[in-house]
Design a protein around this ligand. Structure first.
Ligand code: ATP
Ligand code: MN
Ligand code: MN
Length: 299
């Protein structure tokens, strides 16, 4: 019998054939498409509770992250059978097919199509009008210290707790932190968006030197933009354990509030840390991460 040139990676468990596994996806760190697929196969069990059955957008970089990447929202019918479509009504009344997956095979079929990043809606495909999470995406101005971002995340966590909401932190793998408040689906998008906007504007108004709730880069000078716009219908946020199409293949990583205190950067872990990520996910610090049975407070 022929011995395979490379030891079979975890991705083979799904039965998804990865073409060009030796093609370099991350030129800066020489990480290949095959290695990326193995990473996703390894973390599929950790990712699926968050990403499964959620409309998703994909960052696809068929020629690797250094070449052209594109954001894909809609089903073009070219993915495998485990990548499903859900019809969602657009603002103008037309219906568009969005993508969702519900297993490791679907995840790997996306990777086979050149996907690096997976971004999800704040609601599930079967109840698309009622979000199950709210996210405050903290976007620091260039040159701001990561310590400032951590402080902002902790303050937001505290302000949310003051109004009865439990929240969780995730390092994006890029520059910032996402503060995530899970919710039992109930309130619809306009209500959730309005809540997130009012909450963010109040923080910016109280501490204008630290925060802005306005997208404009000019207003961000030396501040952190609390990006509440992730909380509108159709917006997405990067999902836990997603590999980012950035230098060094960093990963979006859930983190406990206690652990966050010692973290120095949002790209702390990368796909080479997969064993650590899995160990962490199953450890005490992250037990219960991302889970809270709560509804939007009446404020
Ligand atoms: P960072 O910590 O570096 O800000 P991030 O994932 O939060 O990482 P953002 O630029 O703040 O990156 O984007 C927030 C979210 O907005 C993304 O996670 C993604 O889901 C969505 N997004 C970003 N770029 C696009 C795009 N071109 N089209 C649609 N949605 C996008
Ligand atoms: Mn961000
Ligand atoms: Mn943002």
């Amino acid at each position: 019998a022929e011995t395979p040139a490379k030891s079979p990676g975890g991705s083979e468990a799904t039965g998804v054939k990865i073409s060009h596994p030796d093609r370099v996806t991350f030129p800066d760190s020489q990480i290949t498409k095959g290695e990326l697929a193995d990473y996703y196969a390894d973390v599929a069990g950790l990712m699926l509770p968050w990403i499964a059955r959620r409309p998703i957008s994909l960052v696809r970089c068929p020629q690797g992250r250094a070449r052209q990447c594109f954001f894909q929202k809609h089903d073009a019918g070219s993915f495998g059978k485990a990548v499903h479509a859900v019809d969602i009504e657009e603002k103008d009344g037309r219906t568009e097919a969005y993508l969702y997956i519900d297993d490791a095979t679907g995840l790997l079929q996306c990777v086979q199509m050149g996907t690096i990043e997976f971004h999800g809606w704040g609601s599930l495909a079967e109840q698309v009008e009622t979000p199950d999470r709210m996210v405050f995406d903290l976007d620091p101005d260039e040159g701001l210290d990561f310590g400032d971002v951590k402080k902002a995340a902790e303050d937001i966590k505290q302000h949310l707790a003051d109004i009865g909401l439990t929240s969780f932190a995730m390092l994006t793998g890029g520059k910032g932190i996402h503060v995530i408040a899970p919710m039992s689906p109930g309130a619809e998008w306009p209500e959730v968006k309005s809540f997130a906007e009012r909450f963010s504007r109040a923080l910016a108004q109280a501490e204008p030197d630290r925060f802005t709730a306005t997208m404009s880069k000019a207003k961000r000078k030396g501040r952190i933009f609390i990006d509440w716009l992730r909380n509108q219908r159709g917006a997405t946020a990067v999902m836990p354990y997603v590999a980012r199409a950035r230098e060094g293949a960093p990963v979006a990583a859930p983190i406990s509030w206690t652990e966050l205190k010692d973290i120095k950067r949002a790209n702390r872990w990368h796909i080479g840390d997969v064993d650590t990520l899995i160990e962490r996910a199953n450890g005490r610090a992250l037990a219960g991460w991302g889970v809270a049975d709560q509804v939007l407070p009446d404020v």
